[in-house]
Design a protein around this ligand. Structure first.
Ligand code: ZN
Length: 365
């Protein structure tokens, strides 16, 4: 199938607009319209993974971490990043990354960690702001339903577990068409009053052009009147980290053992035990230190993440137990997750999980 079919699906689950500023998720090497017959899934895109793709006739590698983060100025094979990109281009292997955009969605990296740890009542720990907008438009009463339907179909009106959410109020709109106009109702040169419905819907900012297109197509007027509002409401469906609960409170030392086993961690670096039981658990796959304040504010007893530095451990202040389980370990189930969703969506498309453990960190025990 066309590569874009695959990437469009992944981006419908984890829109590129949800990635962090520093990130470089998306199609890094390759063309959207190239044909792909098999995909290789991995956490990292290393030279060994590209070799594995070539050996197994995979035309695209879908990795969690992007191989390229910054601008590359030279391609002389001095760094592994240059070599990976060069090899991929030479062998016509596309490279695609689904990174912080997948971290930031409800059914992504952190959901998989919560699932692995058996957490319940989970939600996003730090919902993102400025991702939602509001559209207000004015439609003749008879066409209100068709316009609402078009807006919902284009992705407007979703709030949490509710879809097709809108507010509707009737009123009268006025307009006077000039001689160049071809008004849907009324006569040019005469002010017309029409019974209209003011429709209000919320929508994700990244769908704006699609929603406006749907509005204009469904609306009967030659000139469609609408207002767009920026909202500061956090989007509860999108953001960093997750928090959930254990079914029963557990002794914290015992729970560290549970995490070690379930997350296949070689070692857990943690702060001093607090002496309290663990009930609320905050998680963030990869480097999650920036979320500590939110984890404490949300009442988490433990914060499971990775890439903690020495001085950052002091910030626990006996308010929370910080558990650093390793970056690779915290995200290792992500590749399985990607494998499963692609298999489920494209039943006849070949997809393969890497057999390479790309963790660059080794443990001498
Ligand atoms: Zn990561």
């Amino acid at each position: 199938m066309k590569l874009s079919l695959l990437t469009d699906y992944l981006e419908s689950l984890a829109p590129l607009a949800y990635q962090e500023d520093y990130d470089n998720a998306g199609l890094i090497v390759g063309k959207p319209d190239q044909e792909v017959f098999q995909a290789l899934i991995s956490l990292d895109c290393t030279e060994a993974v590209v070799d594995e793709a070539i050996a197994n006739n995979c035309q695209v590698i879908i990795s969690h971490h992007p191989i390229v983060f910054r601008g590359l100025k030279k391609f002389n094979g001095k760094t592994y990043v240059e070599r990976v990109v060069e090899k991929a281009i030479r062998h016509n292997v596309a490279l695609y990354a689904i990174h912080t955009n997948l971290d930031n969605v409800l059914m992504g990296v952190n959901a998989r960690i919560c699932e692995t740890l058996g957490l319940i009542n989970t939600r996003i720990l730090a919902p993102k702001q400025h991702l939602l907008k509001k559209l207000v438009t004015y439609v003749p009463v008879a066409q209100a339903e068709q316009v609402r339907n078009a807006l919902f179909h284009a992705g407007a009106g979703n709030i949490g577990n509710y879809s097709e959410a809108s507010f509707n109020a009737e009123g009268s709109g006025t307009f006077k068409a000039n001689e160049y106009a071809d008004p849907y109702v009324g006569e040019p040169g005469i002010r017309h009053t029409e019974n209209e419905v003011r429709i209000e819907v919320i929508y994700p900012a990244n769908l704006e052009s699609k929603i406006l297109m749907a509005l204009v197509l469904a609306h009967p007027y030659e000139e469609v009147a609408y207002d767009l509002y920026n909202l500061t409401n956090p989007n509860q469906q999108v953001g960093s980290g997750m928090i959930g609960e254990l079914e029963f409170p557990l002794n914290e030392e015992f729970y560290l053992g549970v995490i070690k086993e379930k997350m296949k961690a070689h070692v857990i670096r943690h702060t001093a035990l607090t002496g309290r039981h663990v009930k609320k658990v905050a998680v963030c796959g990869g480097a999650g230190g920036f979320l500590l304040k939110q984890a404490i504010a949300a009442g988490a007893d433990i914060f499971i993440t990775a890439d903690y530095k020495y001085h950052e451990f002091f910030d626990a202040e006996n308010k929370i137990l910080i558990a650093d389980i390793g970056h690779y370990e915290s995200e290792q189930f992500t590749q399985q997750f990607l494998y499963e969703i692609i298999r489920k969506k494209f039943a006849t498309f070949a997809v393969r999980l890497t057999e390479i453990n790309t963790n660059p960190v080794k443990y001498y025990i």
